[in-house]
Design a protein around this ligand. Structure first.
Ligand code: ATP
Length: 233
């Protein structure tokens, strides 16, 4: 579904992604793991048109989306649930959800709003509250629901558990598993490598802007280097 070939990303003169190759098949959950600064977020941002690819090619459903603007990438069927949630703080929960459906012109948006509130009952309780006043966990659920409002085929999660209490992290993990069961394809960047590898069908390990290891979630969980450096055992 998503194919990245020889992608290079630079900030000014400094190259931070050095020609990576990866693929995500339809229906898979694929995790990108690795230390801070290894290049995971920059890869996601290049897919979503938020930072330019210096060279290489990104294909989605057979269409070249390299260096397409963000709105075109959303129209192609990819939405991002960004690091730090990035809800619109002064808008209500419902308004944030409607923003997620901004590109849609079909008549089913109200029904989808109801479905999101069934899936995340706390969002119904907070429907008319300013999103900036929600707790971190509630904002994460809102950011996830907002991403789903675009009816994407591929959902990208950038550090969904960052800064959340352990109980809420477990809720986020269950939510991602549920979204996969709904038939969505998932690309996940997560500092919590244990959670990411449990959720992932396959994963890629990033180090200093390169992919140094890839395999199934289980293979990486039992890989001695990964277990020692990223799983703490
Ligand atoms: P993290 O988990 O901390 O987000 P990451 O693996 O996602 O780490 P990136 O955020 O992609 O890594 O960062 C890759 C490299 O690019 C790092 O060296 C980082 O300092 C650098 N970098 C990231 N964003 C910028 C920016 N806006 N300007 C300059 N350098 C940047």
């Amino acid at each position: 579904m998503l194919v990245i070939e020889d992608l290079r990303v630079s900030y000014g003169p400094i190259e931070v992604i050095h020609g990576i190759n990866l693929a995500v098949n339809a229906g898979e959950c694929v995790a990108l793991i690795g230390a801070n600064g290894a290049g995971k977020s920059s890869t996601l941002k290049a897919i979503c048109g938020l930072v330019p690819a210096r060279s290489g090619k990104i294909t989605f459903d057979g269409r070249d989306i390299t260096n397409q603007p963000g709105h075109a990438v959303v129209r192609a069927g990819i939405t991002m649930c960004p690091e730090g949630r990035q809800v619109f703080p002064q808008m209500s929960t419902v308004q944030n959800l409607r923003m997620g459906a901004y590109i849609r012109r079909d008549a089913d948006q109200a029904a989808d709003l109801g479905r999101m509130m069934d899936m995340f009952p706390i969002l119904r309780e907070r429907a008319h509250q300013a999103a900036g006043t929600l707790s971190g966990g509630e904002q994460e659920m809102l950011a996830i629901a907002r991403a789903l409002m675009a009816r994407p085929d591929l959902v990208i999660f950038d550090e969904p558990s960052l800064g959340l209490a352990p109980k809420i992290v477990a809720d986020v993990g269950r939510t991602i598993a549920r979204i996969k069961e709904m038939g969505k394809t998932i690309l996940l960047v997560e500092q919590n490598s244990a959670m990411a590898l449990r959720l992932a069908d396959r994963a890629y390990l990033f180090e200093a802007g390169e992919i140094v290891l890839s395999g199934t979630g289980e293979e990486l969980q039992s890989h001695p280097e990964v277990a020692k450096a990223y799983l703490g055992h």
